[in-house]
Write a protein that binds this ligand. Sequence first.
Ligand code: NAD
Ligand code: DAU
Length: 373
Amino acid sequence: MSTLHSNLLVTGGAGFIGANFVRAHLAHDPTARVVILDALTYAGNLGNLEGIDAERCTFVRGDIRDTPLVCDLLRQHQLRALVHFAAESHVDRSILGPDLFIETNIVGTHSLLKATRLVWLEEEAGAHRFHHVSTDEVYGSLELRDAAFTESSPVRPNSPYAASKAASDHLVRAYHETFGLDAVITNCSNNYGPYQLPEKLVPLLIVNCLLGERLPVYGDGLHVRDWLHVQDHCNAILLALRKGVAGETYNIGGENERTSLEILRLVVSAIDHAFERDASLATKYPQCPAAAGRSCAELVAFVRDRPGADRRYALDITKARRELGYCPHAIAGPKFEAAFRDTVRWYMANDSWWKSVMDGHYREWVALNYNNR
Ligand code: NAD
Ligand code: DAU
């Protein structure tokens, strides 16, 4: 890899995908160095970075809206490429309070664009790369019969979160068109894997099964998402850094469309079977129904849906396959179910991690989101 793509500023690197990406990048490129800029909001956690070689990874606690700080980091560490993960990322939170989403996702992204324009275009022209990580939610919702979204599908975001990400995508594109910033956008589908905060569906279901708490299913549970292993996503970003063309957008999906109920059944069956095979789990998780020989399915509770809930997301990944050589499951293994069971096992084995992130603030949020549903 060239130094351009080896040494990176990674925003939001203490979050779920950012931390997985830092690990993947450092493992993939032995010469790589990373500077992480992360505000450590409720979603950021230094525990996600445990075990990473501090010689190769500098952590800076700071806000992406602090443009002078970003300029200083780019200059001081001579960084010419950036991967931008930092965001408010949870749809439910954007429904309860959109303001922070506007601040972080739109104003924050614009702050990074201003800093990179100043340092990379005005002070020291040369090769550079701004990689913006975005979401399939910007395209809005599909009916079951509709074809998957392509990169030229209209942008029709439905939640404040999705709208804020769409706005940030537009700003990145505009900085490319207007100022010549070398920028690439990837829009990906629902990630799952290690280090995901248990406010998102997959880890929430796993942790609630283990703690014997209810499994909240929004609406009829038939909303469809395209589930993507976080390692496949990180691999796609690494490919896009090297092969992505400035000004282009690439859809990154897992080609794994599943309803929430199908995901729930996978979680329940993985946990029920694990308890049958390993008697020590009953001692570790005595509140889990499987500890008493019952199925975790008894915890299912249908609750009120999100207002404006998107029915289905699906991504057409032809362009990323053709132009980047992207292939989902290249890392996670050939079968979605196998990768998914590995994820469930990771949470069963790493209870100290998820217990540490489920602090008082987390509990307050759960009460706010779920109590009146
Ligand atoms: P996350 O919520 O787990 O982590 C976000 C990180 O950003 C945290 O470490 C947080 O501390 C940091 N952060 C928030 N505001 C900040 C600020 N003002 N300055 C600096 N750091 C700040 O998010 P995630 O799930 O890892 O998602 C990462 C990116 O990928 C986001 O841009 C999200 O929109 C996008 N995305 C996520 C998914 C998914 O399934 N999780 C899917 C598609 C796209
Ligand atoms: O599609 C990409 C997006 O995926 C990302 O841009 C977001 O950052 C990420 O949070 C995720 O958004 P979703 O809203 O799709 O993910 P979430 O895990 O919150 O919900 C997935 C589905 O599960 C959705 O239909 C709502 C449902 N759900 C969710 C929760 C938290 C439930 O039924 N019960 C729940 O408790």
